[in-house]
Structure formats: C-alpha cells, structure tokens
Design a protein around this ligand. Structure first.
Ligand SMILES: [Zn+2]
Ligand SMILES: [Zn+2]
Ligand SMILES: [Zn+2]
Ligand SMILES: [Zn+2]
Ligand SMILES: [Zn+2]
Length: 377
C-alpha cells in the first residue's frame, strides 16, 4: 500500500529525461489533482494529462460528499492530510489507542505485516465498553444496514466512538454481500456462507474485528479464506476459529467471561489463511465460494491481477472489489471490461462503510479512503 507515503511527487517524475527540480508545489490549475516540480515538467506532461484532467477534476469535486460522516470526532479533510503527515497518529493518540491492540497497524509507526512472523491475535479494543461492540447486540437487525449512522444506532455506539475506523473491514464485507444480493442461510440449513477474500494487508493484524460478522449474520456459519502475497509463510494453511468479540478495556465487563454467540445463536466464523496469488492457490481452497471480495485491490496497479481476473471470469463466481480512490476504481473497471468484454455487474459507487479517516496518496490530491469505492464483476 503505497498510500501511506506522504510527500507529493511530480506527476512527470520518471516520464521525462530531466530530473525533477525539487518538490512538487505547482498544482494543475484545471483539476488541482496533480502537482509538478516545474513549469517545464507540467508542460511536457500535458500530452498525457490532458486525457485525464477533466475526469480528475470531476473526482476532486466529490471531496465534500466523500468526507461526510455522521461522527462527531474531528477528521482532517483529505486536502489537509498532505500538509500534516502524522494526522493518523494524532487521531489515534487522542483516543489513547496509538500502537495499542487492534489499532497497532493503523498508522505507519506500526509493524510491516510481511515482517511479522507471528500474527498473534490481539483481540483488544483498548477502549471502554461503551465505545466498542464487545458484546452481543441488544436486538437483531430488522432491516439491512445502509449507513454508519444506522449501524452505530443498532450497536448503541456513541457518534464519538472511533470504532468505525476498524469496523470498516467487516461492514464493507457485509455491504458487498448486500450488493450481490447473497442471502445468508441460518445454521439449521447446515449451510456455510463461503467467501474468498483476496489481497489482505494490514487487516491481517486486525482479524478479530471480523467477529462483528457474528452480530451481522446471526445463526450463520461463515468461512472466509484470505489469500494474498502478504500472508506470512509461517501462517500458510492456518485455520482460525473466532467465536467472541474483541474485548473492551474493562476487566469486569462480561465480554471477558463469555464467548459471544455460544449457545446464543450458534453463529460461527472460520478464517483460513493462504500465502500467494489467488489464481495459483485457488485449487488449494474450498471451491465454490458464494462471493469473492478484493478490498483496496489496486487492480490496475499490479499486473498479477490480470490472470486472477481471467480466472474469476472462467469460474463465473461474483466478485466485488474496492479501492481507495475513484481514479483507481475507474482504471480497474477498464481493466475488468477489457478482459470480460462486458460492463461491470455492479457499477462503481461510494461505499457508505468506507473508513472515516482519509488516506494519503502520494501521486494525486484526489480524495482517498480505505474501501472508498466499490464495484463488481
Ligand atoms: Zn518534475
Ligand atoms: Zn489537470
Ligand atoms: Zn503512529
Ligand atoms: Zn449451527
Ligand atoms: Zn467488554
């Protein structure tokens, strides 16, 4: 995820013979999405940029809509994010969760997943029980959730709780299932909802947050197989059973004494880890998933996606993708259409459950959030 680097680079860097003249401080006057080190580089780059300038200008205009959240904690606008590189650290610090428990990999100070040999599960929110969903929901869902506001109300979380920052992983998965109209069957049908989850990265250090799926799909057996190059070799083939929510910080809370969902509704969540790219590991995995999901995929940025898309087309299983920014989603959709010869099954749309704190993107000034845009083939 290159999105964690901050210094804006000249858009012409590497594309022209002369090296850059220093920092990229000149923004394109029409779109404002790209920056240049010099007038000369901006001039040379125009032959390429003129193809995308109007599109990027439209994407820049969505900044207000994308930065709208119901939360009452303060979130820097994406525009400010480049000026203040440590926004995330300050944000986490303000909740006293910086480098703690499940939050460890939420800023660049955290460990590199590839260098972590033991992804030992730290199922700790490091927050008081009123701020995190550490126990069963008070009532079951009567209608599908469509926004953070509805989710927070259902889980009785106050709008100053930062829990959504981590819960955007399971809620995005929930939303992908809703968009694909996949109905989860109750456990008495003895059926399992099977998901292939492609390209996990820092969420590998946050797996206990997926326990929220137990609350979202009561009585359903879920099996999620996570496959990607970032899975540590030592964890290849590992199976994790999750039957309780991550704990709050109160020693006396009932979340420490009882395993959620045991006896209550017989929900179960099984995670399996596979190292490698999907099209090379598919034969090792349980076949016939109901859905394939690829969060923050960066489809157009990594050539290894092409044989994977080709394979998904052949096996004919619905697949949902997300990406950080609209431009990445646009390039990905072109990529998918060129392989399938068809338009997207689910057109590009804003994910209501995107992460509520902006990411930095070192190449463009366009708004950028984890799991921001969603689309499917
Ligand atoms: Zn330059
Ligand atoms: Zn422009
Ligand atoms: Zn930090
Ligand atoms: Zn059961
Ligand atoms: Zn608790």
């Amino acid at each position: 995820m290159s999105s964690l680097s901050t210094a804006m680079e000249c858009a012409a860097k590497g594309l022209v013979a002369e090296p850059c003249a220093g920092g990229a401080h000149r923004r394109c006057g029409s779109c404002g999405a790209v920056a240049y080190c010099s007038r000369a580089h901006q001039f040379i780059h125009w032959t390429l940029h003129k193809e995308e300038c109007a599109r990027l200008a439209t994407q820049m205009s969505h900044i207000d809509v994308l930065s709208q959240f119901p939360f009452v904690f303060s979130i820097e606008s994406p525009a400010l994010n480049h000026a203040i590189p440590n926004t995330r650290c300050f944000f986490l610090e303000s909740f006293k969760v910086h480098l703690k428990g499940l939050w460890k990999s939420e800023c660049r100070c955290g460990p590199e997943i590839s260098s972590v040999k033991d992804l030992s599960i730290t199922a700790e929110w490091n927050m008081e029980s009123s701020l995190c969903p550490c126990t069963e929901p008070g009532n079951s869902l009567s209608a599908p959730l469509a926004s953070w506001e509805e989710y927070y109300r259902w889980r009785s979380l106050p709008l100053h709780s930062p829990a959504a920052v981590l819960l955007h992983w399971p809620l995005t998965l929930y939303h992908c299932l809703q968009l694909s109209r996949i109905q989860a069957s109750r456990c008495d049908a003895n059926d399992t909802l099977r998901i292939h989850y492609l390209g996990p990265e820092k969420e590998l250090l946050q797996l206990p947050v997926f326990a929220e799926l137990l609350a979202l799909f009561p009585g359903v057996h879920l099996c999620i197989e996570l496959v990607g190059p970032t899975v540590p070799r030592s964890r290849d083939g590992e199976v994790l059973n999750i039957s309780s929510y991550a704990h709050c910080s109160a020693e006396s809370c009932c979340c420490r004494s009882f395993a959620a969902s045991e006896d209550v509704n017989c929900s179960a969540l099984t995670l399996k880890l596979w190292k490698g790219v999907y099209h090379e590991r598919y034969s090792d995995m349980d076949s016939n998933p109901h859905l394939i999901v690829a969060p923050n995929a960066g489809l157009a940025a990594y050539p290894t996606w092409l044989p994977t898309i080709e394979m998904i087309r052949k096996i004919g299983i619905p697949a949902m993708f997300t990406d950080f920014c609209e431009e990445a989603a646009h390039l990905a959709s072109c990529c998918i259409s060129s392989i399938t010869g068809q338009p997207l099954r689910v057109p590009i749309q804003v994910n209501p459950f995107r992460q509520p704190i902006a990411e930095n993107n070192s190449a463009l000034y366009i708004p950028c959030y984890s799991n921001c845009f969603i689309f499917g083939m």
